[in-house]
Write a new protein. Structure first.
Length: 329
């Protein structure tokens, strides 16, 4: 398994605080969904409960081994001082509740009154703090303002700008930025060496530099989907056959993941088509790129009819066929 990617700056900042003995009690892990913030939080929590208080000045890595007995508890998922706060399943169903509730935060706060039973740190992982209902956010804020000793909060946020400013102000922020294309390509090739490099590049382009999205795209047959989209752009689909097939593939709730894949792929595909054309012929591609973006924005604001969105994306691609672009001139 290839190493994690996109965590280097966050790891450095976190470990520098630990080795200097200046560990802030609240850390906001901010960045796009799929950047590995939850994985980082799990690694940071494991590190803290298996090592000492810090301030030792020694060079160390986040995945270095610590106390063996504590490490076994972490691996088993039952270390008493790692407390997760996440959305819970509704009743006996597998569907998750919409929010993290005030009752969950109250239960957590009650546990914080107990003394540490093992090790030097207690770690609370909130995944994601964006999911807290308003009353729960206010309750958690009170704990952040007056944190118990040797208690550290790791708050995962996909949309930090939407959080209470008072929560952000109580935390030190670690930003997880999209990874650049060359690094993503090398990482993905190392992770899945059996993939054709053309497919790797297509996945990287569609992922937007988000490793989690790239991993999800591996299982989505990106090459086959891209081939269908390029066929529309090449032929213009005069009988609408290809566009209708695309609409069927992405329509309905059951095909939402396929629609999202198409939405992810198309911008990179249009960018590639633009690069392949002379400068004087790039305008139609840019025009359709804007049209695709408007279509997606309108879909998100409206009822999100997948078949309609898929057909309209097909229309945008059909406009790029040689006959269509020549007629436009």
């Amino acid at each position: 398994m290839a190493a994690m990617i996109g965590h280097h700056d966050a790891e450095t900042a976190f470990l520098e605080a630990w080795t200097a003995g200046r560990m802030h009690h609240g850390w906001l892990l901010a960045g796009p969904q799929g950047m590995g913030k939850a994985a980082f939080a799990a690694r940071a929590a494991r590190f803290l409960v298996t090592h000492g208080r810090g301030g030792e000045g020694a060079r160390i890595a986040l995945d270095d081994p610590g106390d063996t007995a504590a490490d076994r508890l972490v691996a088993a998922g039952n270390h008493p001082e790692i407390l997760p706060l996440t959305r819970q399943a509704k009743d006996k169903s597998k569907e998750l509740a919409r929010n993290i509730t005030i009752d969950q935060v109250r239960d957590l706060k009650a546990r914080l009154h107990f003394s540490l039973s093992l090790g030097e740190w207690r770690v609370i992982i909130v995944d994601a703090i964006d999911d807290l209902e308003p009353s729960a956010s206010n309750a958690l804020l009170k704990t952040l303002e007056e944190p118990p000793a040797r208690t550290l909060f790791l708050l995962i946020s996909h949309s930090p700008g939407r959080l209470l400013p008072t929560i952000r102000s109580r935390c030190r922020t670690l930003r997880f930025q999209p990874v650049d294309r060359d690094a993503m390509t090398a990482w993905l090739h190392d992770l899945r060496p059996m993939l054709d490099m053309a497919e790797v590049r297509a996945i990287v382009a569609a992922s937007g530099g988000v490793p989690g999205k790239a991993l999800a795209l591996i299982d989505s047959d990106v090459a086959a989907t891209e081939k269908k989209l390029l066929a529309i752009a090449a032929s213009g689909d005069p009988g609408n056959r290809l566009r209708e097939a695309l609409a069927r593939e992405v329509g309905g709730t059951a095909n939402r993941a396929r629609l999202e894949l198409v939405i992810d792929i198309v911008p990179g595909l249009l960018a590639r088509l633009a690069r392949e054309r002379p400068v004087a012929e790039m305008a139609p591609v840019l025009e359709q790129w804007d049209r695709v973006q408007r279509t997606v924005r309108d879909a998100v604001r409206g009822s999100y009819d997948g078949a309609m969105v898929g057909f309209e994306i097909g229309n945008c691609l059909a406009e790029l066929a040689p006959r269509a672009t020549e007629a436009a001139r």
